[in-house]
Design a binder for this molecule. Structure first.
Ligand code: SAM
Length: 241
């Protein structure tokens, strides 16, 4: 399976993906800053085709659910062979199964993972995977939100993107990361640019005042206001006014 290579001397952050649809990659991960970082060798992408480990002439990867019911389930023995192979090829990386049942991916987790060696991601299809593989290979389930996708590939891309943009050198202005949504448990303050007035709507005067202390205070208060209004569950919404 393709290893999308890198060209620098340093060990890149590694994303290793097990999927039935490797042709979906790098897809959106191949463009813009994350794509440039891939080409520059700041991170690398290993793709492992689960079907290569399928059973018999037809390389079967799934079977009917025990107990009956609709859909098909990815087999534990096939997934085990694919994971064992991927671990040999990509090294020992934290292994996640993208799953609506998992704990939701957070910015804090993306930051922690981006500081490590990388991630190995299992993208499910059909009804999902045989439960036994989760304990059998030490897998953590992780979700990208409370909705159901047709496969884990898009979720894997979301998770990789969230991690890769935090790798030092991937984004131009590292400082902008410090004020982003979810840092300090807050949503981000509003942005404005030119023109100064647009369709009768003005840019707040304080942002044009040149007073950096006042601007910082305004942004901080706006971040807290927006967080209180939209996400009272976030810790920043409870910060003192
Ligand atoms: N039957 C499963 C359920 O109800 O939990 C849904 C299976 S879904 C049709 C197929 C695959 O999409 C899953 O195995 C998983 O890898 C992926 N997937 C779907 N929704 C997801 C989400 N919210 N987060 C992460 N992965 C998801």
């Amino acid at each position: 399976m393709p290893h999308i290579p890198t060209g620098t001397g340093r060990t890149p952050w590694r994303a290793s993906v097990l999927t039935l649809f490797p042709e979906m990659f790098p897809g959106p991960l191949g463009v813009s800053l994350v794509g440039q970082a891939l080409a520059a060798g700041l991170w690398s992408l290993d793709l492992h085709q689960i079907r290569d480990f399928g059973i018999g002439r037809h390389r079967a990867v799934d079977d009917t659910p025990a107990g009956g019911g609709a859909g098909m389930v990815l087999r534990a023995d096939v997934l085990a062979a694919a994971i064992d192979h991927a671990r040999e090829a990509s090294g020992d990386l934290p292994l996640f199964y993208l799953s609506p049942r998992g704990a939701p991916l957070t910015q804090a987790q993306a930051r922690t993972l981006s500081a490590g060696p990388g991630v190995m991601l299992l993208a499910g299809r059909f009804e999902g995977i045989d439960e036994r593989i989760i304990a059998g290979r030490g897998i953590t389930e992780i979700s990208i939100g409370d909705y159901v996708l047709s496969g884990g590939e898009l979720a894997a891309m979301v998770m990789i993107d969230a991690c890769v943009r935090l790798i030092p050198g991937v984004l131009g202005a590292e400082e902008s990361l410090m004020h982003e949504s979810f840092e300090d448990g807050l949503l981000e303050y509003p942005h404005y640019t030119k023109p100064r007035e647009w369709e009768g709507r003005a840019t707040p005067d304080v942002l044009l005042s040149g007073d950096h202390k006042k601007i910082a205070e305004w942004r901080s208060e706006e971040a807290r206001r927006i967080t209180r209004e939209r996400r009272p569950d976030l810790p920043g919404s409870r910060a003192k006014r």
